[in-house]
Write a protein that binds this ligand. Structure first.
Ligand SMILES: Nc1ncnc2c1ncn2[C@@H]1O[C@H](COP(=O)(O)OP(=O)(O)OP(=O)(O)O)[C@@H](O)[C@H]1O
Ligand SMILES: [Mg+2]
Length: 387
């Protein structure tokens, strides 16, 4: 696969010939339509990427221009010169750590360290020693003094990931760092003082934990000085094309060639719910990059089958496989066929009403409430809003 090149030439009779020559000398004739589609898609992607490179996005590496992401950028801009503690919340894979790193990079502390630790990755004793350090002989195995991460981060930013998983005993110690900037290394008698900006993150509902008495209320308010919520990807589907282009461009830079996604594949990505958020999308794009080999235009046949459930009717997997006696249309059984038809009609209704749900519901002959429920379940929130 590696080392292939594409050649285009015009023959004496005026016909255009497009060939792909692979590293091992095989020559394959390519259709003009396929080449044009690939070139067009790559150019479109480049244009989208250039358009999306607004100032803050390119400064932080956070891709997105949906309303919730613009709100997040506005917040980041506002806290740029502050030293306040920040609590970043959001589901797995939404970009919490990326946001935390951006806050550090935009702050006056940029020349000092950004130190990150995950509170759920250690047991209580280890986490305490990791955070605050220990004196030699404090416990079996403590053969020398070891500075804690708070000390390493002195002057910089400390990112405490999964802060909701911290034990009550350590929560008290963290509170002291936040209130007074002091802590006691394990086995030490003298406190240490540091100047550290804390950014904490969690995918748990800390307020509910406060109600259940599993998270200290005073610590919650200390962490919550500035709260940033990173929205899940399904609430900002319009960012998907930009994110796809961003990940493809990064892989392209790595491998020295460009690829783009076919329209069908993009449509399926747009309808998927993305429970694993941006990380899941990033992994899917990497997978597509590999599986599509030398193709410049990545087709939907390479997508993980579960992606874009109810996407294009022709690709919808019908399960279980129909037997000889079953009644199907193009191999699709009744429940799936009804769903596909319903989805298509709703998408069409929204397209005609340019996303206006009241008018779409009227045109389809269903209630607005029923339409909203179906729009959510089919992942059609953005249907009809763009040309
Ligand atoms: N808006 C974005 N633009 C570009 N890349 C993003 C964006 N959001 C997330 N990513 C990428 O997605 C991946 C996951 O992001 P990150 O690790 O920051 O998420 P997280 O919320 O901390 O996840 P977890 O809760 O699982 O720890 C990273 O590779 C990150 O670079
Ligand atoms: Mg994280």
């Amino acid at each position: 696969m590696a080392g292939s090149s594409e050649l285009s030439t015009t023959l004496a009779d005026g016909t255009e010939l497009h060939l792909r020559v692979s590293g091992d000398g095989n020559v394959e004739r390519l259709s003009k339509a396929a080449l044009d589609a690939a070139a067009g898609a790559v150019a479109d992607a480049r244009e989208r990427r250039e358009k999306s490179e607004d100032d803050l996005g390119s400064e932080t590496g956070i891709v997105g221009s949906s309303a919730p992401m613009l709100e997040l950028f506005r917040m980041l801009e506002r806290i740029r010169s502050s030293n306040a503690t920040v609590l970043v919340t959001g589901e797995n894979g939404t970009g919490k750590e990326l946001v935390a790193r951006s806050i550090h990079r935009m702050s006056r502390r940029v020349d000092k360290r950004f130190v990150a630790t995950n509170c759920s990755a250690f047991n209580d004793n280890l986490l305490e020693s990791e955070l605050f350090g220990h004196r030699r002989g404090a416990f079996t195995g403590a053969v020398s003094d070891k500075p804690g991460l708070f000390q390493v981060a002195d002057g910089g930013t400390f990112f405490l990931d999964e802060v909701g998983d911290m034990s009550p005993a350590l929560q008290v110690k963290l509170l002291r760092v936040l209130q007074e900037g002091v802590f006691l290394p394990v086995g030490a008698t003298e406190q240490k003082k540091v100047d550290v900006r804390i950014i904490a993150a969690t995918n748990r509902d800390l307020q509910a934990m406060v109600r259940d008495n599993t998270f200290r209320e005073d610590l919650y308010y200390r962490l919550h000085v500035v709260a940033l919520r990173v929205p899940p990807l399904r609430e900002r589907r319009e960012d998907i094309p930009q994110l796809v282009d961003h990940f493809l461009a990064r892989l392209g830079d790595r491998d020295g060639h460009q690829k783009a996604l076919s329209r069908d594949a993009m449509e399926r990505l747009m309808t998927h719910k993305w429970p694993g958020n941006v990380r899941e999308l990033e992994n899917e794009i990497e997978r597509l990059w590999v599986l599509s080999g030398d193709d410049k235009l990545i087709g939907e046949e390479h997508l993980t089958p579960s992606i874009g459930r109810g996407g294009s009717p022709s690709v919808r997997p019908s399960s279980p496989p129909p037997g000889d006696d079953s009644v199907t249309i193009s191999g699709t059984r009744l429940p799936e066929a009804v769903e596909q038809l319903e989805r298509q009609m709703i998408a069409e209704g929204l397209r005609k009403s340019k996303g206006n749900k009241t008018r779409a519901a009227e045109a389809l002959g269903i209630s607005r409430r029923n339409l909203i429920r179906k729009v959510q379940s089919y992942g059609l929130e953005d249907a009809g809003k763009k040309s």
